[in-house]
Design a protein around this ligand. Sequence first.
Ligand code: FES
Ligand code: FES
Length: 895
Amino acid sequence: MTSDAPAQPITFTLNGAPFTARADDGMSLMEVLREQAGLISPKNGCAPQGSCGCCTVLVDGRALSSCVVPARQAAGKHVTTLEGFDPRERRIFAQAFAVTGGLQCGFCIPGIAVAARHLLAHNPDPTRAQIREALNNHVCRCTGYVKIVDAIELAGRALRGEPIPDGDFSGRIGTSLPRQDAERLVLGERPFVDDLRVEGMLRGAFLFSAHPRARILRIDTADAARQPGVVRVVTAADVPGERYQGLIERDWPLFVAEGEITHCIGDILVAIAAETERQARHALEHVRVEYEPLAGVFSPEAALAPGAPMVHAGRDNLLSRSVIVRGDVDAALAASAFVESRTFTTQLIEHAFLEPEACLAVPRRGSGFGVRDSETGESEPAPSAEPLAPVLEVFSQGQGVFDDRRQIASGLGVDEGAVKVTLVSNGGAFGGKEDLSIQGQTALMAWLTGRPVKATLNREESIRLHPKRHPMTLHYVVGCDGEGRLTGLRARIVGDKGGFASVGAKVLERAAGHAAGPYRVPAVDIESLAVYTNNLPCGAMRGFGANQAAFAIESMLDILAERAGLDGWEMRWRNALDTGDTFCTGQVLEHAEGLKDTLLAVRNVYYAAPRAGIACGVKNVGIGNGMPEAGQALVKITPEGRIVIHTGFTEMGQGFFTAMVQCFCDITGIDPRLVRVDVDTAHPTPCGMTTASRATVLGGRAVQDAARQLRADLGAGAGLAALAGRAYLGEYRAGDTTPLGAATPTPRTHMTYGFATQVCILDDRGRVERVVAAHDVGRIVNRHMVEGQIEGAVHMGLGYALTESLPLVDGVPESFKLRSLGLIRARDMPEVTVILVESRDPEGPFGAKGVGEIGLVPTAGAVANALARFDGVRRYALPMRDSAAARAMSAGARG
Ligand code: FES
Ligand code: FES
């Protein structure tokens, strides 16, 4: 983005008025719109790759990705952004997406709204296929496109004069309350972190390691420090506190120091704060680093070989070993009628959330910080007059603001009370924003300069930095009796951890715990290993180890079914867990009837389609395995009679905030339009992180507790106005769980589980025609959002099955391009039919379970089983790009 050519004035018509910008040869129209015109509806999802469509604007009536339009080409033209749509059109698009549930995180939606307006201007009544085709330059990672197409259809009808149905604002459980901030998100008005601007703000940029494993001999920043606009260059020597951070293991340095050895290409060596982002990035080019490249380890096998280089000095490359042994597997297999043995492999997967990592850190010297009121933006006095020492407010998109705060404060060497972290709901995460990304380095730049600093990664940097879905090798031996009843299972699972631990040990622990799927298996012998390598780091991603195991066990079930002369449905029905059965981990299930309900829900569909593949799924709700889990919610009544619910869990598009509003309003009867949810560390709600499909359960139970307290006061005759200024703290503490392998006859590894059955139906050419997804959700809190979670997860699951991968060569991606990841485009998405099964769970609020992850747990298995029925080829490696189903997709054609 840097250029030596001097910036020249250009003039174009922007939203109907003349606008003059200064642009050089390397400057894009998006940069001008965002940085000079101050518009935020064009979002930066991948610039300068031109692959996501988030920055789409109209240029002389054509919908173009503004990040690849040179700013100078706009001279003399008419540029229209969402801000410039006429008010009626703005209202129609905002309402249409809001009432159909056509958005989740909302980051992609402004660009899609521009494309939709362009389509509808030329084709006022498009078919659904034409709408999907019109979205070909757009990526949505959340929705699976189903409800986006619904929204565009509705907008088209409204533009033709039909009324838009009112949203359901009853706030009751089970209704489709539009999500918090929905209309502002559609219009691009609700800021993401990169949209925030603060007076005097500097911009940060980072230098990443050029080698996955190399000794850093010397870092020379002298020339960089002299570059125009540079205010501060920061290296490891500037970290005043603990330089190594991490959610579980402290193995992730904020900066790698001279003399140290890098772990992967996600290592940061230098940060530069400058007056503009261009200047910061330009200065990075003047940093001189002397490396001594070293041989790395790029597979678990190589990392575990005797004498292998250590990824972390003084630590074994074997990060963790999880073991489950129940019964005598050798005897069980020996007595089995059929025994099959297979090895499966799964691939490295990039989250591809649309909003890259960004952080804003604002020093507030000498004044402390108050508690920001979300409605007014005003700050109240801090709870105590102290401290008056320097403090820092960090605006984070992380999945756990309290974990962010702990690590930021530790890096700065200050008390946690000196740091306030405020959540800016992010543009997608899917587990990839659990770890600290650039919050620590950005906070340090602000701390050292005394000025606000904002930093935003580009797509390549984002791919380097955040942990991915683990590639795994899974060797399975499974037996069954003559009637297809499973008898014993032996599994050996190895996961490539990459350079940092992140939560990888837990992911592999979860893979072990889910190795037998949702089936009764009397004897199991399971071992899973998490192994450090010099590849990109791996950690949490939607499904958290259950997906890899599901691909293996669901394939094994069909293989054994064939031996036993059964079909896929019958095989699963005979083995499905039920209440009172023992789960793989040894936990006796108190509530599992939902699984059989999902099987029954797809029975007819499965038998009616000759090329249908079936798979079931199970996913823990809650981290469990001995970790205490709790939720807190502080409900405050403002002087204006509005309600703010403060909690610690994160909204990242899944609809958590809206679900909390419904949990609150169903009990109190208060209009949901008076209620909003906010997250920051200034309130006594230190719960989080949002992981393991648990936020709805833990947060919802806490909200219920607070709502009941408020309802009691309201029932005693107090009106809301009389309660202004009151606060109600709700809490919920989940029952104890036991660690994996604990020496107890009654292990309870998780508080509860979600179940699902999916059927993948292929057409006569082997293309995916339809996916039917039946899910036990406990209780529907918000129908649109639950459906949207599953539709989006099926989209992600189909990509996992067929087209997605991030191939590495010696620790470096073959490509950093979003377009190369194999994400399935809108036009290639098959029909998705969601069937919601309710079997109220005693743990969850109103009986609800978390559904954030399970949506894609069965998908790859269902696809593999359908493909085997179609062409007779059993596939053991993901993605199944050799299949007709993959080749039929534009994203699959590359491989
Ligand atoms: S930011 Fe322009 S296409 Fe992605
Ligand atoms: S709603 Fe489309 S990327 Fe999140």
